[in-house]
Design a protein around this ligand. Structure first.
Ligand SMILES: C[S@@+](CC[C@H](N)C(=O)[O-])C[C@H]1O[C@@H](n2cnc3c(N)ncnc32)[C@H](O)[C@@H]1O
Length: 357
């Protein structure tokens, strides 16, 4: 408010709900969530022991809801591209004592390991791993795959081996059981003296991820960054332009292209946004179904929101007229109307079954 020289200021003189502020109260016991966010985690339907990917996860509301539904058994990989936001996820997970959550910093547009040339730290080379390396089959096997170092694209076997190698590397070297360099000892002494520093929190350290092997997650949630036109109150909603809305749609399609490749055959992909813009919701579903013939919409449970929009836009968005859902598809998605009797934020959820060939 003090940044702008003119504009509208709002002073809240009466609360809608007489709820106390929860800051620091019942820490780890309660976490406020919008109803559609809880519904999204339930629609994903994660089971204990599964491997789940939450692609745009900060601050971790849905990540933690998913981990709770899994009774903290299995693995929830939570990504965000922003360092401090990854720390937020780690903090929330620690506060809720959820150990199955692994949060990483990664641009979700580069999620697929096989998408990029192999760039491996020289530390991963056998000699620098210490004497016990030969006793680590996964490292030895991965390192014997010569083309890992050639800069060629990774096959999925190579990608898998590399992930295994990195895991082993972390366990052996990173865990400090077999080899502790002088540099590591100096770093730890510094940390003990100065405190954890920017990359550390109570929840742990924000680590960069390199990407993931295609078709290795049981379920993927893409809670996409969006125009957030469903959030209330939105004092600045009028500032979105048609071009801005179109760009959100294009970005979401790129994220979806990554998400779809990470789900295992027979797995589930849930797409959600907190906007009411059909260009980011129903149009994304149309794109998904028309682009990937191995995807199908699947019924959602619980189903609380209303039907999606059938038809299409008659507004030219600079590239075309976006098509939305076809008749019969509208009841397979949920659209939460922020002006409706449910009194929720505006939100959208689509659930896809993935059957790769
Ligand atoms: C809608 S919010 C996610 C809310 C979260 N799922 C929750 O329930 O708490 C979108 C998040 O996506 C992140 N994001 C945007 N683009 C991204 C990208 N390319 N890769 C990873 N994260 C991204 C943003 O930093 C933001 O935290």
């Amino acid at each position: 408010m003090f940044k702008a020289s003119k504009g509208v200021a709002v002073e809240m003189i009466e609360r809608v709900y007489e709820l106390p502020a929860f800051h620091g109260l019942l820490e780890g016991k309660i976490f406020l969530q919008n109803l559609p966010s809880i519904v999204t985690a339930r629609v994903l339907d994660p089971h204990p022991g599964e491997r789940i990917l939450d692609m745009c996860a900060a601050p971790g509301g849905k990540t933690t809801a998913i981990a709770v539904l899994m009774q903290d058994k299995g693995e929830v990989v939570a990504l965000d591209r922003t360092h401090n936001k990854v720390l937020d996820i780690l903090n929330l997970a620690a506060e809720m004592r959820l150990t199955c959550i692994k949060a990483y910093k990664l641009d979700a547009l580069k999620c697929l390991l096989s998408d990029r040339p192999a760039v491996i730290s020289p530390h991963l080379h056998g000699e620098s791993l210490g004497q016990d390396t030969a006793n680590q089959p996964c490292i030895s096997e991965a390192l014997s795959e010569k083309s890992l170092f050639s800069g060629a694209e990774l096959s999925s076997k190579q990608s898998y081996l590399m992930t295994q190698a990195l895991d082993c590397f972390k366990k052996t070297v990173g865990g400090g059981h077999t080899y502790r360099s002088k540099a590591l000892e100096r770093k730890e002494a510094r940390k003990a003296k100065n405190g954890p520093g920017r990359g550390q929190t109570n929840g742990g350290r924000a680590v960069n991820a390199m990407g993931f092997v295609p078709k290795t997650f049981d379920r993927v949630l893409l809670d996409a960054p969006c125009s957030a036109l469903g959030l209330r109150p939105r004092l600045f909603a009028g500032e979105e332009t048609l071009e801005g809305l179109r760009r959100h749609g294009a970005y979401q399609r790129k994220l979806f292209d990554q998400a779809v490749q990470l789900v295992r055959p027979g797995g589930v992909l849930v797409y959600s946004t907190c906007t009411i813009n059909p260009g980011e919701n129903e149009a994304l579903v149309r794109y998904a179904l028309d682009t990937y013939n191995f995807l199908s919409l699947t019924p959602q449970d619980p189903k609380i929101g209303g039907p999606g929009l059938v038809g299409g836009s008659d507004v030219f968005d600079g590239h075309g007229f976006r098509c939305w859902l076809r008749k019969g598809e509208e009841h397979l998605v949920q659209r939460f109307d922020p002006s409706g009797p449910l009194d929720t934020i505006g939100f959208f959820i689509a659930k896809f079954k993935v059957e790769h060939v």
